[in-house]
Design a protein around this ligand. Structure first.
Ligand code: FAD
Length: 773
């Protein structure tokens, strides 16, 4: 064995807290460590060159890099060592930044020493592995037919990909279809969107499924199998002439959701004039099934017995473009003494489109003309106690737009904008803001806490002007809430079906906020538009085009390199089928001679490994023995204080720990995190032995509500019983279910657990011997 160890200073990010030379010296004397280097920036060109030159000079066959999170640069380092003829799976990436120097002050060097020792120990266990090149599906599934989903679908179709576009509403278009004009250029929103919608409708490469949602997902990157639930439309879109007779005779009226409830529509209805598919639909939730529409339809397009169906879609990759909703009224109660006279910003878009462009004026409930309007910005945003903590990003700009349009159509109107901060960044936005002021829109630096109804049906806003300190009372006819944008209803359920993570704000989490903002934490699944956070049309379109190029890179030539970290069998099989039963991804089926693996669907989680009664299954480079060797290294030098070993699943839990690092959230250095594909690979024996080797506590972090977390809960109970039998406190082993937003809580639960273990004290050498069996 010949290992090279490279410890990055990261321009002070690591060396500012960690004594890198001391860390280097700690492994220098190891027999198999042939070179140790401490460069300033390992990921720079000279740093990478140093690795490659060292591989040649010292004939290295494995490499340990100790630097930032493996989620940042691991793939790049693998490529670099591979170029210099070291097997890419013999690279170990140790995290000295996000999980050491950024989260500890005292004890950071000692911890870094153990982490690097753990890395060197792991390197010794690594087998060389080969990736497999497999054929993959080039088809793409796009979920959500707003401007982002539409743009992605069209871009992909132009690139020769077949796309299925799944939209839950009866028409594509999303929120942009509801807008009147768009900031900052005041382009007519339907005029720029409708041609693209029509293009989607006519594109032979795009299979459009409306009234549709993802019901389940199986398979894996390059070969996803998606069941799409399509609700009945009741109208054959190919036959419908859009004559509207069905709607004329329909006796049922309900609020029109496209018009944000301001107007009503029939149960037989056209979603909106430019709808695609260009067809009426039956709203079965409200339809009385009187049959009048069936009789009135001249082409027999209506079928009131239409039923829900499941459509199976196979795709190699997916794009999530599910957009947003406005925050629910329950978070805006203080602004809603009663609903009449207080409208949301989407309702203003519809009022501008339906009333003002038609040459009408706005009227109050009593028929009087609306003479004054107040916009309340940040309603339900930037205040976690009354809504969400983040800024919705586009409300300042669209409120200015709406104010300009209102002044244009109704010059007599008094328009007030109550703002916290005016955020008008972007090309042309400052001019737009200036234009509003020139048109007489009044900007008041204050956030009204509430809206008081007056006896005459108007509303009063009482505020302290933050610029002048004066208390202002302002009675107005209409109040507009520029309210927070939140992820579309059901984003959480969809995310768990797709196996992607959400951020703290509950929008889809990108793989890396800065360097990989379009990828999600699941390979082959990308996310765009407001699905990943509030943004305007311009940025949503950029996202969508970027996603198309990501898909191109991922499935471009119809092949993919599959990771070899997948199930292998190395022993007898008694054909019991337990492994196939355990696999939640449907990657294992039973054949005549044992389990048959669908390598594309297998993600190497290892849930099947512990259920094999013969112990014949394993995930390469992740055997119990390999875990123990790494743990031994991680626990070295922890004799003085209690040591906690954290087994973290690589996806959510490890990312949460990285996020805590990026946010510089400090926690006790006693914990050493061991990253693994999933904690399902742990066994009772491994945990007991890890405690025998030096851990005083074991913290298992696994994705909340997952099958792996269920297994981990059972394992913790089983280990607890075994510990009791040996006279050791069962509380030394704990399961922490994880979701990404929990990263802010990570310091607390790590501290709480460390304190608990401290109270129990270090395990005695006698107990450790017992635990080692
Ligand atoms: P959306 O437009 O929200 O589209 C998402 C689509 O996905 C919808 O069709 C939805 O039905 C569908 N969907 C959701 N969940 C699912 C699911 N689970 N399965 C299937 N389908 C699903 N931006 C500008 O640049 N200029 C402006 O003037 C402007 N004005 C605005 C005015 C207001 C009042 C508001 C609130 C926003 C405004 N914006 C403006 C922002 C703009 O609306 C967004 O940037 C844009 O709509 C984002 O597009 P999207 O495709 O990401 O999301």
């Amino acid at each position: 064995m010949a290992t090279g160890v490279f410890i990055c200073k990261c321009g002070g990010n690591i060396s500012g807290t960690v004594d890198c030379e001391k860390v280097r010296d700690s492994v220098k004397g190891e027999e198999d460590v042939k070179t140790t280097q401490v460069p300033e920036f390992l990921c720079s060109k000279p740093g990478l060159q140093l690795i490659q030159n060292s591989i040649k000079t010292h004939e290295l066959d494995r490499v340990v890099v100790a630097c930032c999170s493996p989620h940042m640069h691991e793939e790049m380092f693998r490529g670099v060592v591979e170029e210099a003829s070291v097997n890419r799976h013999r690279l170990v990436h140790v995290n000295l930044r996000e999980q050491c120097s950024w989260v500890h002050d005292r004890g950071a060097t000692e911890k870094a020493v153990s982490l690097v020792r753990g890395g060197v120990a792991r390197a010794r266990t690594l087998e060389p592995l080969e990736e497999k090149i497999v054929k993959i599906n080039r088809d793409v599934l796009v979920i959500g037919g707003g401007v982002a989903g539409i743009t992605a679908a069209l871009q992909l179709s132009k690139g020769g990909f077949r796309v299925s576009l799944v939209e839950r509403r009866p028409s594509i278009g999303g929120r942009m279809a509801q807008l009147s004009k768009t900031f900052p250029t005041l382009d007519c929103s339907p005029c720029i969107l409708s041609p693209r919608m029509a293009e989607v409708g006519n594109d032979e490469n795009i299979n459009l499924l409306t009234g549709a949602e993802v019901a389940s997902v199986s398979g894996g990157p390059g070969d996803y199998h998606v069941r799409v639930r399509v609700t009945p439309r009741g109208v054959d879109a190919d036959k419908c002439l859009k004559c509207g007779r069905c709607s004329q005779v329909c006796p049922t009226e309900v609020p029109n959701e496209f018009e944000e409830g301001l107007y009503r529509r029939k149960a037989a209805y056209l979603p909106f004039p430019q709808a695609v598919p260009s067809s009426y639909a039956i709203d079965f939730e409200h339809c009385q099934r009187c049959g009048a529409c069936v009789e009135a339809c001249p082409v027999g397009a209506i079928n009131l017995d239409d039923e829900e169906k499941i459509v199976n879609v196979d795709a190699g990759s997916m794009i999530v473009a599910t957009g947003f909703d406005l925050i629910g009224e329950e978070s805006l109660r203080t602004y809603h003494p009663e609903m009449r006279g207080v409208v949301n910003a989407l309702q203003v878009e519809r009022l501008i489109e339906n009333e003002l462009t038609e040459g009408k004026v706005l009227t109050r409930g009593n028929g009087e003309r609306v003479k004054s309007i107040a916009f309340v910005l940040c309603a339900g945003s930037r205040d976690p106690h009354h809504g969400v903590g983040y800024c919705s990003g586009v409300c300042c700009a669209y409120s200015v737009k709406q104010a300009i349009l209102l002044k244009k159509f109704l010059p007599f109107l008094r328009v007030y904008i109550y703002y916290t901060d005016m955020r008008m960044t972007g090309r042309g936005f400052e001019d737009f803001y200036r234009e509003a002021r020139e048109k007489g829109v009044q900007f008041i630096h204050a956030k009204p806490g509430g809206v008081t109804p007056l006896e005459d049906g108007r509303f009063e806003l009482i505020v302290e002007d933050l610029d002048t300190g004066l208390m202002l009372r302002n009675p107005v006819d209409l109040v507009v809430l520029s309210s927070a944008m939140v992820p579309s209803t059901g984003t959480g359920e969809l995310a768990s079906r797709l196996g992607i993570a959400l951020g703290e704000d509950l929008f889809v989490a990108p793989k890396h906020v800065k360097l990989d903002p379009i990828s999600t934490l699941r390979e082959g699944v990308f996310a765009v538009g407001v699905a990943t956070g509030t943004k305007d049309i311009h940025d949503s379109v950029i996202d969508a085009r970027a996603a198309a190029s990501h898909v191109f890179n991922f499935v471009g030539d119809g092949t993919a390199r599959l990771s070899p970290i997948k199930l292998t069998r190395e022993g007898e099989c008694d054909l019991c089928g337990a492994c196939a039963g355990a696999c939640v991804r449907g990657a294992l089926t039973m054949g005549g001679e044992g389990p048959v693996l669908d390598a594309v669907s297998c993600n190497g989680c290892g849930v099947c490994v512990p259920v094999c009664p013969k112990g014949s299954l394993r995930i390469p480079n992740n055997s119990g023995g390999a875990l123990l060797e790494e743990a031994r290294g991680l626990l070295s030098g922890t004799e003085g204080d209690v040591a906690v070993l954290g087994f973290f699943d690589d996806n959510i839990s490890y990312t949460a720990a990285d996020n805590a690092g990026t946010a510089r959230l400090h926690y006790p250095p006693n914990i050493r995190i061991l990253r693994m594909p999933s904690t399902a690979l742990l066994s009772k024996e491994t945990i007991l032995k890890v405690m025998g080797l030096g851990a005083d506590g074991v913290l298992i972090c696994e994705v909340e509500e997952s099958y792996e977390a269920e297994l981990a809960a059972k394992l913790v109970a089983e280990v607890g019983e075994a510990l009791k039998g040996l006279g050791v406190e069962p509380g030394r082993v704990r399961l922490q279910p994880m979701v990404l937003p929990i990263f802010k809580m990570l310091p607390k639960f790590v501290s709480d657990f460390t304190e608990q273990v401290k109270r129990m004290g270090k395990l005695s050498p006698e107990k450790r011997l017992l635990l080692l069996g």
